[in-house]
Design a protein around this ligand. Structure first.
Ligand SMILES: NC(=O)c1ccc[n+]([C@@H]2O[C@H](COP(=O)([O-])OP(=O)(O)OC[C@H]3O[C@@H](n4cnc5c(N)ncnc54)[C@H](OP(=O)(O)O)[C@@H]3O)[C@@H](O)[C@H]2O)c1
Length: 182
């Protein structure tokens, strides 16, 4: 089962500001939908709150340590481990070949060791912000695809869709294995 981290990242690593996206990038929203449709999507509570609703046609699995947190149309998981386990069951039921991890910074950092690939939108601008994507270690990840795009009418900047695969031998941590960080 692939575990794909999907993120839009500015040139300086920024992904968010004040629990919102620091830019408008309509083309990337379309890309996100295309990549994630029909798959389970794991995210942290802050990212869920910034989106404000479940993702349509996808199972939205939200990690939160707050046992009182609940919202209609989402599955709340008390640990990243539990979230990945729910996602795996959902993917198997749907016949999906991947689990999507959709952020934010806290969840990306914890899920990176389990990821098999990264779907990064490189946003060709520097952004002010308080949330960053973890460094992509060139010893562990190799670029497997790239397409460059000019900014569309509703895009704040030009961007590239970049895929990374884990290098051979750099096996991810098993999806259902505790890391001690949950
Ligand atoms: N550019 C992009 O592609 C992109 C994508 C996604 C998000 N973002 C941005 O990223 C920012 C949000 O990131 P963030 O780091 O603040 O928050 P986050 O990762 O979305 O959520 C963090 C929260 O998730 C829960 N959590 C984290 N680890 C957990 C674990 N192991 N077990 C159970 N619950 C866990 C906790 O919720 P509780 O406090 O409820 O316990 C924690 O406070 C926003 O600015 C957002 O816009 C950007």
């Amino acid at each position: 089962m692939d575990v794909i981290l999907i993120a839009a990242v500015a040139e300086n690593g920024v992904i968010g500001r004040d629990n919102a996206m620091p830019w408008r990038l309509k083309s990337d929203m379309t890309h996100f939908r295309e990549l994630t449709i029909g798959k389970p999507v794991v995210m942290g509570r802050n990212t869920y709150l910034s989106i404000g609703k479940p993702l349509k046609d996808r199972t939205t699995i939200v990690a939160s340590r707050d046992r009182t947190f609940a919202a209609p149309g989402i599955v709340v998981a008390p640990s990243l481990e539990a979230a990945m386990s729910v996602a795996r069951g959902d993917a198997l039921r749907r016949g999906a070949d991947a689990i999507i991890v959709a952020g934010g910074a806290d969840i990306y950092a914890q899920a990176m060791p389990r990821a098999t690939s990264l779907a990064i939108t490189e946003v060709h601008m520097r952004a002010e912000g308080d949330a960053c994507f973890p460094a992509i270690d060139a010893k562990l990840w190799h670029e497997s695809g790239r397409s460059e795009h000019a900014a569309g009418a509703e895009d704040a900047a030009a961007f590239a869709f970049v895929n990374y695969r884990r290098v051979a031998g750099g096996a991810p941590a098993p999806v259902a294995q505790a890391t001690g960080r949950d």
